[in-house]
Design a protein around this ligand. Structure first.
Ligand SMILES: Nc1ncnc2c1ncn2[C@@H]1O[C@H](COP(=O)(O)OP(=O)(O)OP(=O)(O)O)[C@@H](O)[C@H]1O
Ligand SMILES: N[C@@H](CCO)C(=O)O
Length: 317
């Protein structure tokens, strides 16, 4: 369960008053999610999501909050943060940075099929295009620099064969990132963590995408690769599902065709995206936060995904 910090109805009411969102009638801690404390807050005006940020700082948060407002203002289905009468989006509750957003309708589709992947691909491409004129900038804080910092930290916890895989892959990604093809990949603000549990559907209609708290400026291809590695695979084996992959790529490209360099580097970025989550899951698993009720995600899943992407590089038609 992801309630690291308890909030009382009175404390939630204080923030709802600042935002003119009515009287709190129910407050429910949200299970699921591993990064932040989340509550559904029901008031006389509707139901909202209150997030207390457990790791992110007051300096990092404006980028995520303003990005979602920017995307929402361009018609992308994301829950925009609520602002107070001074236009402020970020507050403090229980000594933690906090924000309130609208609750999206529907539920996550944890076994996505072709129609879900098709919708997500199109929404992702529209999101990339809509982010182009967003003026703030923040790097992907779980990007290459973090991988280089974190691999030495987790290395001692894993067996020698996996140490080799991790180090060889990191070296490969450092080489890819310094190539001229990589330098020509289009970049912009990206979600960088758009897994099945970070989108909502009502039936087969995508009602929204949320949890932008790993967003940052990175290549669009990295973002697309994160999505493919979660939405278009068989979770048990990590193998790609051809029909879902084709649907996602076709719908993405119906909005924004991939460039020649993107097509060439997709196999490497699929490996990069698998490596990123293998590292973060190893880190969460072996170096858990103190006093956390965190149920860490299984690192071996992304070890399998990485091995699968290396063994059988994707072939674009
Ligand atoms: N805007 C929203 N609308 C509806 N439900 C939401 C919304 N934001 C969060 N939730 C619910 O809360 C759960 C946890 O949220 P979230 O995934 O953002 O947690 P987290 O701990 O911040 O992130 P992570 O997925 O990185 O572990 C989601 O699975 C979803 O059920
Ligand atoms: N999506 C991440 C969790 C952090 O958001 C993972 O599955 O490892």
């Amino acid at each position: 369960m992801a309630v690291y910090t308890e909030v009382s109805p009175q404390e939630a009411q204080g923030l709802m008053d600042q935002l003119h969102l009515g009287s709190v009638t129910a407050l429910q801690g949200i299970q699921g999610g591993i990064e932040n404390t989340n509550y559904f807050v029901t008031t006389s005006q509707g139901t909202f999501v209150l997030t207390l940020f457990e790791r992110l700082t007051q300096e990092q948060l404006p980028f995520y909050l303003h990005l979602t407002r920017h995307l929402a203002s361009k018609g992308i289905p994301v829950p925009a943060p609520k602002q107070d009468s001074q236009g402020q989006l970020l507050f403090t509750l229980k000594g933690k940075p906090a924000a309130v957003v609208d609750k999206l309708e529907g539920s996550s589709q944890l076994a996505p099929q072709v129609p879900h992947c098709a919708q997500l691909g199109q929404a992702l491409a529209r999101m990339h295009m809509a982010g182009q004129d967003f003026e703030m900038s923040q790097p992907n804080l779980r990007g290459l620099a973090w991988w280089n910092e974190t691999v030495p930290v987790v290395l001692g916890y894993i067996p020698a064969t996996l140490q080799t895989l991790l180090q060889v892959e990191l070296a490969h990604q450092n080489a890819v990132a310094s190539s001229s093809a990589y330098a020509q990949l289009p970049c912009g603000p990206v979600h960088a963590d758009l897994f099945r549990d970070n989108a909502m559907f009502v039936g087969e209609r995508l009602s929204g995408v949320f949890d932008f708290y790993f967003a940052g400026v990175d290549t669009w291809l990295f973002d697309l690769s994160v999505v493919i590695n979660d939405w278009c695979i068989d979770l048990a084996t990590g193998q790609l599902d051809e029909a879902r992959l084709a649907a996602l790529l076709e719908s993405y490209q119906s909005v924004r065709p991939l460039t020649q360099h993107e097509r060439a580097l997709l196999p490497d970025m699929l490996r990069a995206a698998a490596l990123r989550f293998w590292i973060s899951r190893l880190w969460d698993f072996y170096l858990p936060r103190e006093a956390s009720m965190l149920l860490p995600h299984d690192p071996t899943h992304f070890e399998r995904v990485l091995k699968a992407r290396i063994a059988k590089p994707v072939q674009l038609r």
